[in-house]
Design a protein around this ligand. Structure first.
Ligand code: HEM
Length: 474
């Protein structure tokens, strides 16, 4: 009798860090720096390996071609990790980021339309005014010699921009002492990160103080956002031309609901997508601007070059006052790209298989968690030369032997494929506006240069301890 030996490789054949029985690698990681642990394991075990987080085995992948393929094979073969959807659903805002399949497709169309370039150009005057407010805030900080928490300050900017774009309402958190919406939104991302990664959903059985705090924040967001929705419906009834020519995202999505009468665009979906936009647009853009601020301080020569470019383009203005000038800020764009290569807000993409797949020779069953190490791709010497060096000029001269190779498909700060970030254009405009204003008007330094700025993960990756001081430029 002959024995048939299967040569098919499965998850059991994958290498990975040794763990303990039952808990696996759970006790070896600090979730605030989860990405750093996984990246170190990747250096040890190669482009595909497994980790065990309690009962879950997660396949980790860091091969640029495979990651691109995986992200493009959505929504059919892969999806976002299902815990993202279940956790966000519980919180009551399952919008375009977390939904899947047909629901996602319908929502994506409206969101992408609201964020397209034509709408952004119309929106530029409001964005300009919000950038002026950020400038006034920093002038005040400079005059009073204040230490500024850069991330939090820039979050006020991104909340003001997104609220204006989403609802047509100016909450002006920049010039007031924190209307509640921004403080409430601040509670959501860190808890989202914790719950998505939690090995056990304890909050379904017991509410800790931080869970009750989150409940209160969500209730507050619900009241505020529903108030905006009611006002907006009334405005549209009084002025029906807004159905044909909506001026903001909320009007656009209400118009789409009416146009699709009898179809399935629900009030709950409207609420969910408004909150999704607020959250997706806040920390991501703010953290990127803050990381760039840190690099301005660390690399004064590059800062001087960005400043020289801005000076030459804006003339006598104190900021970029015409959106047609933005594409000319090439050095600044290269600086932003280099910032996002090394400090992307999403260093890991948690995905899941919808069906059995073969990933780099391994057979994975449906519902296998797959973690794509997107930042690792961008700091891997096989994809970018001298990867640890912050060098914006690699983006201006990609063929340069000093920084070759330059594999653009390994640079995925906004993702790729059908679910790539629809806010990318808006984010790039905000980043350019804020950074151009900064270098045109201020010198920036660390409040305490002895304190290390650290990467931390709260769903998005942010710079912890980034306290700065501004001085007015002479
Ligand atoms: C520097 C700023 C930003 C970064 C780095 C960023 C990054 C990302 C990433 C990595 C994804 C996942 C992409 C994928 O799965 O392939 C995403 C999705 C998304 N982003 Fe952004 N984002 C930024 C700003 C914004 C802004 C300003 C908005 C809107 C106001 C926005 C709205 C969204 C939405 C709605 C999704 C979900 C898309 C979908 O699932 O179809 N983002 N973003």
């Amino acid at each position: 009798m002959s024995v048939v030996v299967s040569t098919r490789k499965t998850i059991a054949d994958l290498d990975g860090p040794n763990g303990l029985p039952i808990v696996g690698n759970l006790l070896q990681v600090n979730f605030e720096q989860f990405h750093l642990h996984v990246e170190r394991w990747c250096d040890e075990f190669g482009p595909i390996f497994k980790i065990r987080m309690g009962p879950k085995t997660i396949v980790c992948i860091a091969d640029s071609d495979e990651v691109n393929k995986l992200l493009r094979d959505r929504p059919a073969t892969y999806r976002r990790r299902s815990t993202i959807e279940s956790v966000i659903k519980e919180l009551g805002f399952n919008g375009v980021f977390s939904s899947e399949g047909e629901d996602w497709k319908r929502q994506r169309k409206v969101v992408a339309l609201a964020l397209n370039s034509a709408h952004l150009n119309q929106f530029f005057p409001q964005l300009l005014e919000t950038t002026r407010r950020l400038q006034r805030r920093w002038e005040k900080a400079a005059d009073q010699n204040l230490s500024v928490d850069l991330c939090r300050d820039v979050m006020r900017y991104t909340v003001d921009v997104t609220t204006q774009l989403a609802f047509g309402v100016s909450v002006n958190t920049l010039e007031t002492d924190g209307p509640v919406i921004q403080q409430q939104l601040d509670k959501v991302f860190p808890m989202l990160g914790k719950r998505v990664n939690a090995p056990f959903p304890y909050w379904r059985y017991i509410r800790l103080p931080k869970d009750r705090e989150l409940d209160r924040a969500i209730a507050g967001i619900e009241t505020t956002v529903n108030g905006f929705i009611t006002d907006c419906r009334q405005r549209m009834q009084e002025n029906p031309s807004l159905y044909d020519e909506p001026t903001n995202f909320l009007e656009a999505i209400i118009a789409a609901q009416t146009a699709e009468q009898g179809s399935k665009f629900t009030d709950q979906e409207i609420y969910s997508n408004v909150v999704t936009l607020l959250l997706a647009g806040e920390d991501t853009t703010a953290n990127t601007i803050a990381w760039a601020g840190k690099y301005f301080i660390e690399f004064p020569d590059y800062f001087a070059k960005v400043r020289a470019e801005v000076d030459s383009i804006v003339g006598s203005d104190s900021l970029v006052s015409d959106h047609n000038l933005l594409p000319r800020l090439k050095y600044l764009e290269a600086f932003a790209n280099e910032t996002m290569r090394i400090k992307p807000v999403g260093p890991l993409f948690p995905m899941e298989t919808n069906e059995p797949v073969n990933l780099m020779g391994y057979e994975l069953p449906a519902k296998t968690p797959v973690l794509a190490l997107t930042r690792h791709l961008a700091i891997n010497p096989e994809n970018f030369g001298a990867p640890d060096q912050f060098n914006p000029e690699r983006w201006l001269n990609p063929q340069s032997s000093a920084t070759a190779p330059h594999k653009t498909n390994a640079f995925l700060p906004f993702g790729t494929g059908p679910r790539f970030c629809p806010g990318r254009n808006l984010a790039l405009v905000e980043i350019k506006m804020a950074l151009a204003m900064l270098c045109r008007n201020f010198q920036i330094e660390l409040t305490d240069p002895t304190r290390k700025v650290e990467e931390k993960l709260a769903f998005a990756m942010f710079p912890a301890n980034l306290k700065v001081k501004f001085t007015r430029r002479q």
